[in-house]
Design a protein around this ligand. Structure first.
Ligand SMILES: [Mg+2]
Length: 235
């Protein structure tokens, strides 16, 4: 049983993707629509294609994070490599898919269960709430507007404007300084054990690990939850 914290937090920093915004469901829905529209011959192997795409996307994101790949390359290459794997050598099609994906996926609005009611609860309790994301600003802006998350947050901060990605301690420093938060009164809430939890913890911030799959981890967060509504017990 999770007990109420004895500490007085004032500032809550939320990760967006896979923490509040169900990017996996939204991505999947978009990709299925795109495959049906542009490459229906892949329909019989759609789940294999999606699995390959997810793996490729993650691989390329890692390279992007390490500064080895530009954003524009990442965006098209995840499609061209996936198409090639399935025997389709068509760079123009990859570009078309990439553009359509970027235009359409941010308009998908599936959130994790209990997101809105929990944010309403936290807002009513007077917490200052912020988003801290490694995602691309122009995409994240659409997602939070379309999924009705925007009114809950005082500010969204991204790695692009900070110049550093989570888990780098400079992005946490930036996130506190920009809105005059004290480290001791702030807590980071996120699904990524390395970027969100290890990063914030090393920086010296308390953490809440959102772990819906209940995976075993060696890094200890301050709190761990598997459903967002548990935040109402802690905070
Ligand atoms: Mg995340």
């Amino acid at each position: 049983m999770i007990a109420k914290t004895q500490k007085t937090y004032k500032n809550l920093y939320f990760d967006l993707d896979k923490t509040l915004y169900d990017i996996m469901s939204n991505t999947k829905q978009t990709l299925i629509e795109l495959i049906n529209r542009y490459i229906s011959e892949l329909n019989p192997v759609i789940s294999e294609f999606l699995d390959f795409y997810y793996q490729k996307n993650e691989e390329l994101w890692l390279q992007y994070r390490n500064g080895e790949l530009r954003k524009e390359v990442l965006r098209t290459k995840r499609f061209s490599d996936s198409l090639i794997k399935f025997g389709i050598h068509d760079e123009a099609l990859a570009k078309k898919l990439s553009t359509a994906y970027i235009n359409e996926s941010p308009y998908k609005t599936k959130l994790f269960p209990n997101t809105i009611e929990t944010l309403e609860y936290l807002k009513a309790k007077g917490y200052r709430m912020f988003l801290l994301s490694n995602g691309f600003l122009e995409v994240q802006v659409i997602k939070i507007r379309e999924s009705k998350l925007e009114p809950f947050f005082e500010k969204m901060m991204t790695s692009e404007e900070a110049g550093y990605q989570k888990p780098h301690q400079k992005i946490f420093e930036y996130a506190l300084k920009t809105v005059n938060s004290r480290k001791s009164e702030s807590i980071m809430i996120g699904d990524d054990i390395d970027n969100d939890i290890f990063g914030a913890k090393r920086f010296g911030m308390d953490t809440i690990y959102f772990n819906p799959e209940k995976t075993k981890q060696t890094i200890q967060p301050t709190f761990e939850i598997s459903d967002l509504k548990e935040l109402q017990t802690i905070l």
